[in-house]
Every structure is written in structure tokens, then in C-alpha cells.
Design a protein. Structure first.
Length: 249
């Protein structure tokens, strides 16, 4: 049996019927991909019954499992942290980014991708027509250019964001369709804990923030500009998001 490895070839003579164990060890910057007979096990034990050759194939490790950082400002929007990625010396275009919802466990990216995970959208941002809470696991994949200017054909995956758990349903904001200068009541707060309340514009800009302790409801004043706003409530029990609209008239 002839065993051949990249850049280092090894020939071993073994007897017919003998069992032999061999492995593929990669150099720094590379990872094992497969053997010439299709096996993806880096360590092999085979019985020799005839003359055979096993060739190990390796690929440039690049950034296949980069675990790119993401930002989840509130439960309606996730975005890839492009600035942090570029600070590491990697560059990607919006057209190269795709978002997926995992079906069961996230797909194995060593295999043909995707397998059964569901494509959601393309771009730096992920949003759907409802809160992400209770809808599953999400992640982004992208082709990137590495610091040496090489275009990586392998897909790099972001952090996986878990939105399986539904948000509690006790926080309410009324009215939620108001005019500039009107007030609203945010109710359902837990008076036994501190609640941190943040108000965001539809583009994700933080426009107001404050804390509440000992009250089960507070008054909010509508932001002095027309548009759609999200009110995020964080406390030790979790996170909840409600919305309101400010009309000019």
C-alpha cells in the first residue's frame, strides 16, 4: 500500500490482510479536506487486501469558521459587525453576505453548503416582518478577501444568534400611534427589578434611554420627529420590544 501526503510522500510496505492506521496532518494555515477515496476522516484504519494508494487533500484554512461578530440591537434586526471584521484586515461586499435560519443544528460547512438550513435574505442586515423572538437560530455566511489579498472561496460563518425563546408578552405601550408631543404609557414593568428602557429609530439610532425601578408603568413622551420607533425593555427576566408611530398630524 502506498500512502501519499501533500509535500511529504511516505511509502509503507505491509502484508496482505494486515490492518494499518494512518492519519493526515496539516501544516499551519491549512486544513484537511478529504482522502482520494472520498473519506473525510483524517485518521484511517484499513485492512490491506490489495495494492492501494491513499492521497490526502488539504485546503487553505483561510477564514472558513471565522465566527464573525454580529450586533443584535433589538429583536427586529441583526447586522454583521462589518467594522470589526475590517479591523481584522478582512473585507467583504454586501452582495457576498447571505443570512440563514438553521433547521435543527446549523449546517456543517465542511460539506456541500447549504444542506437544509433556510436562506432568509442577502446583505449586511437581517430583518423579517415580525419580532425574531421565538423564530429560531440565525447566522450569516460570506466570501471574504483576507489580509494577503486572497479571495477565500470557503464560506466564513458569523456567530449563531439564538432567538428560540419567545419574549415575555406582559409589556404594553398605549397608545402606540401618536402625534408629536403626546404621551404614552408603558405598562407591565416588573417593579421588583430594574428595567432599562432604550428607544431606537427605525434605522437603529439610539434616541433615548433611562431606567425604572419600583414602578409597574411609566409615561413616555413621543419623539419630536415623525417616524416609527422601537422601545426595548431589558430586565433580569429578559428582553422585550414594542413599537410606536409618530404622525405629523
Amino acid at each position: 500500500m502506498l500512502l501519499s501526503l501533500p509535500m511529504v510522500a511516505e511509502e509503507r510496505l505491509v502484508g496482505c490482510g494486515e490492518w494499518v492506521t494512518f492519519s493526515a496532518g496539516s501544516r499551519p494555515g491549512f486544513h484537511f479536506e478529504r482522502w482520494s477515496d472520498g473519506s473525510i476522516d483524517s485518521v484511517r484504519t484499513v485492512q490491506v487486501t490489495e495494492s492501494a494508494a491513499y492521497i490526502a487533500f488539504f485546503s487553505d484554512a483561510c477564514v472558513e469558521y471565522a465566527n464573525w461578530p454580529v450586533i443584535a440591537l433589538y429583536d427586529w434586526l441583526i447586522m454583521l459587525h462589518v467594522k470589526a471584521i475590517e479591523e481584522q484586515g478582512f473585507y467583504l461586499s454586501e452582495a457576498d453576505v447571505s443570512w440563514y435560519r438553521a433547521v435543527g443544528d446549523p449546517d456543517d460547512m465542511h460539506l456541500a453548503f447549504p444542506q437544509d438550513d433556510e436562506f432568509v435574505c442577502s446583505g449586511y442586515y437581517l430583518t423579517i416582518d415580525q419580532s425574531l423572538r421565538g423564530t429560531g437560530l440565525y447566522y450569516a455566511v460570506a466570501n471574504v478577501v483576507d489580509p494577503q489579498g486572497r479571495y477565500c472561496e470557503q464560506l466564513a460563518r458569523s456567530q449563531v444568534i439564538d432567538y428560540h425563546a419567545p419574549a415575555a408578552a406582559h409589556v404594553r405601550l398605549a397608545p402606540n400611534n401618536v402625534r408629536i408631543g403626546e404621551t404614552m404609557v408603558l405598562s407591565g414593568l416588573n417593579p421588583e427589578v430594574e428595567s432599562r428602557i432604550c428607544v431606537y429609530s427605525s434605522t437603529g439610532q439610539l434616541v433615548d434611554q433611562f431606567c425604572s425601578v419600583g414602578e409597574d408603568q411609566i409615561e413616555l413622551e413621543a419623539h419630536p420627529a415623525a417616524g416609527c420607533y422601537l422601545v426595548r425593555v431589558d430586565d433580569p427576566e429578559g428582553r422585550q420590544v414594542v413599537r410606536y408611530i409618530v404622525n405629523v398630524r
